[in-house]
Design a protein around this ligand. Structure first.
Ligand code: BGC
Length: 745
């Protein structure tokens, strides 16, 4: 459509919105700007303005809940496609997959009758212990934004709003409702904001979720600087801001900044800050009704865009869920997301024809992960676990034996209850009103809860130790006797979970002990893992084969089997650093992670590989690392400055192995004579190329002037220094294959 036509349509829409607002009473306006059920805003039937139906979440559309209780309805019609988590998706380094997954999620959300899907989560992974890292993409802003943009666009092509979350810097779960993060301006702009900015300006996201935490003393959902100055004024966002559930604390502050829709975990809807308390202040004349109109306007604009109201209503897409093609897309996502970290002596791929007896060891071979993790939990139509995937792949001629290997406590909550329900315990507070709210908001109480949780983990450790002796012995016996041994361990959603951070970076349930014992029995044991965040691998030097999978969706088991037996050539690469030990991480060193009350992001820009580079600490597996069953050769880097601003790079990548494969090539910039302190190198572009055996391809990429910039906090803008920059073309952040110098005039 021509720009002129678009402008006309917008003008017409704004007029209609104004007309509508004039027809609304104060009560009606207020009904629109706060939750009227746990996942829905108020409906105005009189004027044909429907409720806004929201749903989690990032890995699929969450099950239906009762309107006022955190209890699943228990229908048989709300199971859905279980998508790869964002951490899996980003490990594919294939942004076409972000589009595909976004399309699946958008179509399913619409198919389930939703208007807003509370995804994607795009917070930067600041520390590997954050409980919600599995929901996020990367430690790097460029990689995160490259995935966020097509994902959001594809969701919204289905007439569903993406709600990008959690704005901003929601980097830890400990004390998540109250923690105050002290962040300097430059770090905020260079690390924690770029993906959100791209979501607004490049993807045109319709809604943004304000985070729970405070930034520099102010809660994100009441933060004028964040919501008014940056989001609205600097970035030009004109969609709707939705609070995280319970993220609004003060009526006046939330009313007077750009917080449009208050949602919460409590069912006392009329007492929400933007409900009766706001009405009282307006009636007293202390707050102008214009503040409410502005919120209503933003919400109505989103509703127009979604064709919920207005003349295009009939044209709104219907969506669909559980389509076979959704499952096919999810399988592709899983295949490309798995990362071969190590493969000495070419143990993988296994030749299925040569195997008569296969031993599969480890609890994660049979655990289903979809129903866990917090608000990212879903009711999957099905989930193929690794053991099932392996057996389905091999068929009946191979004898597959299974041993659990290590003990995992059963942490199921009562039937029908979930963790959000547990946070508003009905027995203690039958009215679920103010008393509950105070209890949850009371930090002593929350701290006690956290202590209880840690004590429980300790008790479980002891319990596991008791049971493991027998389980280890069984597993070791089985391993001796098989043609090949596949260990499937890792984490689960007792660790990768919303609401708490991990206590350490170790594999739970004494898996390290079992792995060490297994490696003594069989050097060639294939170590595979399913988990949402990095773990220490103290045995990694002895291990020959390590394959890592994030929570990769309903087809995890199939994808894993296809990779192990070579039907699929692995092509995932790490979107985050895997440190040798937790103490090597930036926040572990400065003690500014996982604290109650407040944290200072002292490391500034130096998180993830930026920190490991600067401190010359060698990680176990670096950012961008991932192996293939074939090898690639890089050659012929040429650079051409265009218009004195952009730099066009050309180089070739050749598949020099015997089988087809895909390679994610990465471009880093290292400023040579920077006038300010800058990270040693930063990812600026990447591309994934698929190449048949012996084939090569010329790759052209353009670095724009903004790729050379840093944020000058004094000038309050991004600037680039003239001078020389080293351009690094690599297979990972450590494995740099080509270098050149670009001069910026
Ligand atoms: C989470 C959000 C989620 C919301 C609704 C909150 O606890 O932080 O990510 O969308 O609940 O379930």
């Amino acid at each position: 459509m021509l720009k002129k036509d678009e402008k006309k349509i917008e003008k017409k829409r704004e007029k209609e919105i104004d007309k509508l607002i004039k027809k609304l009473t104060l009560d009606e306006k207020i009904a629109m700007i706060h939750g009227a059920s746990l996942f829905r805003s108020g409906e105005l039937a009189r004027l044909g303005i429907p409720a806004i139906e929201t749903s989690d979440g990032p890995m699929g559309v969450r099950a239906e809940f009762l309107d006022d209780r955190w209890i699943p309805v228990g229908n048989q019609d709300d199971m859905v496609t279980y998508l790869p988590s964002n951490s899996a998706l980003a490990s594919s380094w294939n942004t076409d997959l972000a589009r595909e997954m976004g399309h699946v999620l958008g179509a399913e959300a619409r198919g389930r009758g939703k208007d807003v899907i509370l995804a994607p989560g795009i917070n930067i992974k600041r520390d590997p212990l954050c409980g919600r890292n599995f929901e996020y993409m990367s430690e790097d802003p460029v990689l995160t934004k490259a995935f966020a943009v097509p994902f959001i666009q594809a969701v919204q092509e289905n007439d569903v709003a993406a709600c990008v979350k959690h704005f901003a810097a929601n980097g830890q779960e400990t004390d998540r409702l109250m923690v105050d993060e002290e962040i300097d301006e430059r770090t905020l702009y260079e690390l924690y904001l770029p993906a959100f900015k791209a979501a607004v300006q490049e993807a045109g996201v319709y809604s943004v979720m304000g985070a729970y935490n405070k930034i520099n003393g102010v809660h994100c959902c009441e933060n004028k600087k964040l919501l008014d100055e940056i989001l609205r004024k600097e970035w030009g966002f004109d969609g709707a801001v939705i609070s995280d559930w319970g993220g609004v604390h003060k009526t006046r502050e939330a009313a007077e900044c750009s917080m449009d829709l208050e949602m919460s975990i409590f069912p006392d809807f009329d007492d929400y800050k933007l409900a009766n308390p706001l009405k009282v202040l307006i009636e007293k004349g202390e707050i102008s009704v214009d503040t409410v109109d502005a919120k209503v306007r933003n919400l109505l604009r989103m509703m127009y865009r979604l064709k919920m109201i207005g003349s295009k209503r009939e044209e709104r897409k219907a969506g669909a869920y559980n389509k076979p093609e959704h499952r096919e897309a999810v399988l592709r996502g899983a295949q490309e997301s798995m990362i071969l970290l190590k493969n000495e002596n070419r143990i993988l791929p296994l030749d299925a024809k040569k195997i008569k007896k296969l031993a599969v060891i480890g609890a994660n071979a049979v655990i289903q992960h979809s129903y866990g993790g917090g608000s990212a939990e879903i009711k999957a139509l099905y989930e193929i676990c690794p053991l099932a995937g392996l057996k389905m792949y091999l068929g009946g001629n191979v004898k597959v034996s299974y041993a659990q290997g290590y003990y995992v406590p059963q942490n199921k909550t009562d039937e029908g209850e979930n963790w959000q329900a547990a946070s508003v315990d009905e027995d203690r507070n039958p009215d679920m009103g103010k008393a509950v709210r105070d209890e949850v908001n009371d930090s002593e109480n929350r701290r006690r809860g956290e202590e209880e949780r840690l004590a429980k983990l300790e008790r479980e450790k002891a319990e596991a130790h008791e049971k493991n002796e027998k389980l280890f012995a069984e597993a070791l016996e089985m391993a001796k006797d098989a043609d090949a041994v596949i260990f499937v361990g890792g984490l689960n959603h007792d660790y990768d979970v919303e609401g708490c951070d991990r206590p350490d970076m170790k594999l739970p349930y004494e898996q390290d002990m079992l792995i060490e014992a297994l490696l003594k029995v069989r050097k060639d044991v294939i170590l595979t893992f399913v988990g949402g965040s990095p773990v220490e691998m103290p045995w990694r030097e002895q291990a020959q084969t390590i394959l890592w999978s994030y929570y990769a969706g309903m087809e995890t088991g199939n994808a894993l089997a296809q990779i192990i037996f070579g039907e699929v050539n692995p092509s995932g690469k790490l979107a985050e650093t895997f440190p040798v030990k937790y103490e090597d991480c930036a926040a572990a060193k400065n003690g500014q992670f996982g604290k109650w009350g407040n944290i200072v992001l002292e490391e500034g820009l130096y998180c993830g590989y930026r920190h490991f580079d600067r401190q010359r600490i060698k990680p176990a597996f670096c950012f961008g690392h991932g192996l293939s069953y074939t090898s690639f050769e890089y050659s012929g880097l040429t650079m051409k400055a265009e218009k004195g601003k952009d730099v066009k790079l050309t180089f070739s990548v050749k598949n020099i192995g015997k089988r087809a494969g895909a390679e994610a090539v990465q471009i880093y910039i290292a400023p040579i004579a920077a006038q300010v302190d800058r990270p040693d190198k930063e990812l600026k572009a990447f591309s994934k190329v698929e190449l048949g055996a012996g084939r090569s391809k010329k790759i052209s990429l353009t670095l724009k002037q903004e790729d050379f910039m840093y944020y000058d906090a004094q000038l309050r803008k991004f600037i680039a220094d003239a001078g020389d920059y080293e351009i690094l073309v690599g297979a990972s952040c450590e494995d740099i294959r080509l270098r050149g110098i670009a001069t910026l005039s």
